[in-house]
Design a protein around this ligand. Structure first.
Ligand code: ARG
Length: 461
């Protein structure tokens, strides 16, 4: 056991207590951040005349060598330390002696861990954004290739009106675009540095908090030292954003599972992204989509967990907050993996154009347009609705689509029908007439694709 305290204790810590309290097994993930924060801290201490230049140099050198050794596998972050902070400090003192004992001047583990976690989450906000950008690029290229791939659009999972695959994919583009923008918001709001808050009341050393903040790329220092060590809002906001990403991925997965089913066959998931059954040789299962859908619960769980942990904590730091780490790390890794795998599945998936188009034809998705045709010929909408209803019933009995009926059959139901109806209710016309921005008509879609292309370029700039 190696710990940073003990002076006022007369007994050894119980072994189980020590283990229960220790966080090294999971906070070793914050190692890089701990070193980065410590270097910024001592550079500032020296600038402020609190450490000598020699002391600063020795500490920075020591910290750098610890980082190098861990990176190269010559030093393991072992469980005999209470947490990553103790690991770094103990190793530093081993290496450079007394100067190492000055690293913690004007700092508490409370502001130290608040900083480490913030640095970690901040970097992951960017990493997740990168994964989202990849997915957006895939979606955009599908959209560009399927402007005239007609398919049924659904409400209540019943075929409703015809649309295009580009339009359907475009809906997901908007969702993931909002996810990227949400992450940008979070980044801006969280980007203030808690270092220098001490245990919660600041310190009596003349620290330059703005300087350490700028060394680590923060907008500035946080403005209340009590809030600085007690705040995990940014973790909650990030987990809420991750949960929303998973909600989007899960809906998308659900659709792909349905579209990939033997009944639909709108898509075929690539062999590389499917799995087989141990007993049924014919099976090719959409396991990736199912797992993504399933893992959504786990990410929501992380959000619920932290919301609940934080809700009863009096100011300022309390050990409860150590519970912010494991679930957050797990949620981040889960979402990143899901995004990468989902993107792989989507970009290799085959879209069965003909089946989609036939499904739109067979599903009376042009019924609204047929009613509008009658309206344009002077029939009141409510009457037109009734006439087309009868027409649909007739088609169901005959097992055909509206456009397969002869003009005589159409006229028998309403004399208003004429041969021009066939063009009006063709899938192509039904879709291409929908030209307001946001609708599936080709011109409108091309406009939207242009806007979204610019959005993506801007993200990469
Ligand atoms: N392992 C702790 C955490 O993750 C570090 C902070 C400890 N601070 C303290 N006062 N015990 O929250």
């Amino acid at each position: 056991m190696a710990q940073l305290w003990g002076g006022r204790f007369t007994k050894e810590t119980d072994k189980l207590v020590y283990q229960f309290n220790a966080s090294i097994s999971f906070d070793k993930r914050l190692f890089e951040q701990d070193i980065e924060g410590s270097i910024a801290h001592v550079v500032m201490l020296e600038k402020q005349g609190i450490l000598t230049c020699e002391e600063k140099d020795a500490i920075v050198k020591g910290l750098t060598s610890i980082r190098k050794d861990v990176e190269e596998g010559n030093l393991t972050i072992a469980d005999q330390y209470e947490d990553v902070h103790s690991f770094v400090e103990a190793n530093l003192i081993d290496r450079i002696g007394d100067a190492g004992k000055k690293l913690h001047t004007g700092r508490s583990r409370n502001d130290q861990v608040a900083l480490d976690m913030k640095l970690y989450v901040r970097a992951e906000v960017l990493n997740v954004s990168e994964n989202l950008k990849e997915l957006l690029a895939t979606l955009l290229s599908i959209m560009e290739n399927h402007l005239t791939t007609y398919m049924p659009g659904f409400t209540h999972l019943q075929k409703a009106q015809p649309t295009t695959l580009a339009h359907h994919m475009g809906a997901y583009f908007e969702m993931f675009k909002r996810d990227v923008l949400r992450l940008q918001d979070i980044y801006k709001r969280m980007n203030y540095c808690p270092l220098g808050a001490g245990a919660f009341a600041g310190t009596t050393y003349p620290l330059d908090r703005a300087y350490t903040a700028s060394l680590m790329g923060f907008e500035g220092p946080t403005l209340n030292s009590m809030d600085s060590v007690a705040d995990r809002d940014y973790v909650i906001e990030f987990l809420a954003a991750l949960s929303t990403i998973m909600m989007h991925l899960s809906r998308f997965s659900e659709e792909i599972i349905i579209w990939n089913s033997n009944e639909y066959r709108f898509v075929e998931i690539d062999d590389g992204f499917s799995t087989g059954s141990s007993i049924m040789p014919q099976k090719k299962n959409p396991d990736i989509a199912e797992l993504v859908r399933g893992k959504t619960g786990r990410v929501y769980g992380a959000l619920m967990s932290i919301l609940t942990t934080m809700k009863g904590i009096p100011l300022a730091y309390n050990k409860d907050m150590q519970e912010d780490k494991e679930v957050t790390f797990d949620a981040i890794e889960t979402v990143k993996k899901c995004l990468v795998l989902f993107d792989g599945m989507l970009s290799t998936m085959k879209f069965n154009r003909n089946i989609m188009e036939e499904s739109a034809m067979k599903g009376f998705t042009n019924a609204t347009d047929a009613a509008d045709y009658l309206v344009n010929k002077g029939v009141p909408f409510r009457d037109a609705h009734g006439i087309i209803g009868q027409l649909v019933l007739y088609c169901i009995k005959k097992n055909c689509s509206i456009d397969e009926l002869s003009i005589e059959e159409l006229k028998a139901i309403s004399p208003v029908f004429d041969v021009d109806v066939y063009d009006v209710i063709s899938l192509k016309t039904c879709v291409e007439k929908r030209l307001t921005i946001g609708a599936p008509g080709q011109d409108a879609m091309e406009e939207v694709i242009k806007i979204n292309k610019r959005f993506l370029e801007q993200l990469h700039a």
